[in-house]
Design a protein around this ligand. Structure first.
Ligand SMILES: Nc1nc2c(ncn2[C@@H]2O[C@H](COP(=O)(O)OP(=O)(O)OP(=O)(O)O)[C@@H](O)[C@H]2O)c(=O)[nH]1
Length: 207
């Protein structure tokens, strides 16, 4: 795999841009434009392998030419689904997004993307305003077989970097597994052809 596409989804203001910018620049800036969508491109090393990372941060405001949610989901290999721990409605949206991603991929690409969905509770620094319990989010992650992290883009760099790194590693493993699944059947059919040729070749000789 030479390319990994990650889409960051979640309701308005949960900190999607903050997470992406934190990962790419190590900085927390505070205010980000929400009227434009961005695809960030970066060449990264994943377990010693060079890959092109594309990170999609969609805009929450309606804007011209914005791809539909389904198209965004089909475009991506992996998903960071973000909610704000101090806003329960954002968790409900995250839950719906996790279910939608699984449905869309299982229905259209027949891909099991469970290992490539990361549910992320952001704004952990606002725990005095917490509306979403850790256990509630852990339950959703367990039911949906996806990964779960809680962090603060404002305060943590290492945790943010870990999420994106793990996601890229999983995407590479997923593509390797796919290649392996394809290869044995290819070599099996090749050896089957060889076997058939041998059998018929021998018969022809004996005639
Ligand atoms: N306290 C706190 N505030 C945060 C954190 N992450 C982001 N914010 C703030 O939350 C607000 C929204 O952050 P954005 O990164 O613009 O959120 P978004 O999800 O990209 O927003 P839209 O593009 O409008 O959907 C900003 O004021 C950020 O400073 C965090 O970890 N802690």
């Amino acid at each position: 795999m030479n390319e990994i596409k990650i889409c960051v989804l979640g309701s308005e203001g949960v900190g999607k841009s903050a997470l992406v910018v934190r990962f790419l620049t190590r900085r927390f800036i505070g205010e980000y434009s929400s009227s434009s969508e961005c695809i960030y491109r970066k060449r990264v090393s994943v377990d010693g392998r060079q890959v092109n990372l594309e990170l999609y941060d969609p805009c929450s405001q309606p804007c011209d030419g914005r791809p539909s949610l389904n198209d965004q989901i089909l475009w991506a290999d992996g998903f960071v689904v973000v909610y704000d721990i101090s806003d329960h409605s954002s968790f409900i949206t995250a839950k719906a997004l996790v279910h939608l991603i699984r449905q869309v991929h299982l229905g259209t690409t027949k891909r099991d993307v469970d290992s490539l969905i990361f549910l992320v509770g952001n704004k952990q620094d606002l725990c005095h305003l917490r509306e979403v319990g850790r256990e509630e989010a852990q339950r959703l992650a367990a039911e949906s077989h996806c990964h779960f992290y809680e962090l603060s883009a404002a305060e943590h760099y290492q945790e943010v970097a870990l999420i994106f790194t793990k996601m890229m590693q999983n995407a590479c493993l997923d593509s390797k597994a796919k290649e392996r699944r394809r290869r044995p059947s290819g070599s099996k059919s090749k050896s089957m052809v060889k076997l058939i040729n041998n059998v018929f070749g021998k018969r022809r000789k004996s005639v």
